[in-house]
Write a protein that binds this ligand. Structure first.
Ligand code: PGA
Length: 257
C-alpha cells in the first residue's frame, strides 16, 4: 500500500486528479470506478479544470459508480446519479452510454446486482477505482461486518452512516436505510484502488485501514491485501498513523525507473 500524505484537502485532490489524468493518458478508454461523498468533490473539480484546459479527453472513458441509495430515483437531488452528473459528468465530454451508476429503483435487486457485476466484467474490469472511507471504515457502502469477499448487493446502512449523511438531507428520517453497493470483493478486483481521506474525523478509520489488522469491522482494511492500492490523505486524516515518517520518506524516494 502506498500512503501519500498531503498538506491539505486541495493538495490531496490535486494529487488524486493527476493520478487519474495520467491513467487516462496511458489508456484513453480507461475503466474508471467512481465514488460519491464530499471527499472526491475537489478531485472532480480538478478533473473538470483539466478537461476545460484541454489536458483531458473523457470521450472513451467508461465509468462505474460504487453505490446508490435504494428508493431514490435518478433525478432526486440526493441520489448519487444526480450527484455524479452535477459534480462531474455534466461538465466533461463523457459519453452518457459509458456511464454506469447502480440503480436505486430496480425491481429485482438480486438480478440487477448480478447484471451490474456482469457489466463490469464485460467492460474488461475496473482499471482504477476511486474510493472514500466512511467514519465507520466502510468502502462503498460495505458497512462493518460485511464479508471481505462480498459482491454487489443490497445492504442496510449503519446508524452512523445515516447520521453522517443526514447533513445532505432535510432531516435524518429522510436518509434511505438501504443501498446497493459494489462488494468488497468487487472493489478488490480493480487493478488499482485510489482511496482518499481528509479531516480529523477520518483519522481513526485511516489508522486501521493502513496499520490495523485486516478486519471486516473496517472493510477498507481489505485494501492491505490489494497489490496496487494508493491511499492519499491530508495531515488531519494521517494524524493517528504511527509510521508517517516512513510513508513520507518512501514517497519522496519512490523508485522512478
Ligand atoms: P464523505 O463520505 O466523503 O462524505 O466523507 C465518505 C464515505 O462515506 O465513503
Amino acid at each position: 500500500m502506498q500512503v501519500i500524505i498531503k498538506e491539505n484537502y486541495d493538495e490531496m485532490s490535486k494529487e488524486a486528479a493527476q493520478i487519474i489524468r495520467d491513467a487516462i493518458h496511458l489508456k484513453p478508454n480507461l475503466v474508471l470506478g467512481l465514488a460519491t461523498g464530499s471527499t472526491p468533490v475537489g478531485t472532480y473539480k480538478e478533473l473538470i479544470r483539466m478537461y476545460e484546459e484541454g489536458e483531458l479527453d473523457f470521450s472513451k472513458v467508461v465509468t462505474f459508480n460504487l453505490d446508490e441509495y435504494v428508493g431514490l430515483p435518478p433525478n432526486h437531488d440526493q441520489s448519487y446519479h444526480y450527484f455524479m452528473h452535477d459534480k462531474l459528468f455534466n461538465h466533461i465530454n463523457i459519453n452518457p452510454a459509458n456511464v454506469h451508476v447502480p440503480s436505486g429503483i430496480a425491481k429485482d435487486f438480486a438480478k440487477y446486482c448480478q447484471w451490474y457485476e456482469d457489466e463490469i466484467k464485460k467492460a474488461g474490469g475496473i482499471d482504477l477505482q476511486v474510493l472514500g472511507i466512511g467514519s465507520d471504515g466502510h468502502i462503498g457502502f460495505n458497512e462493518p461486518g460485511t464479508s471481505l469477499a462480498s459482491r454487489t448487493s443490497l445492504v442496510t446502512l449503519t446508524e452512523e452512516t445515516i447520521r453522517d449523511n443526514s447533513r445532505f438531507f432535510e432531516k435524518e428520517e429522510d436518509v434511505p436505510r438501504f443501498a446497493i453497493t459494489m462488494g468488497v470483493g468487487t472493489i478488490m478486483e480493480a487493478k488499482c484502488c485510489l482511496l482518499l481521506a481528509n479531516g480529523e474525523k477520518k483519522a481513526d478509520p485511516v489508522s486501521v485501514l493502513v496499520e490495523g489488522p485486516i478486519t471486516s469491522q473496517v472493510t477498507a482494511s481489505a485494501l492491505q491485501m490489494h497489490p496496487n492500492a494508493i491511499v492519499i490523505v491530508d495531515k488531519a486524516a494521517a494524524s493517528k498513523l504511527k509510521r508517517v515518517d516512513y510513508y513520507k520518506w518512501a514517497y519522496e524516494n519512490r523508485p522512478r525507473f
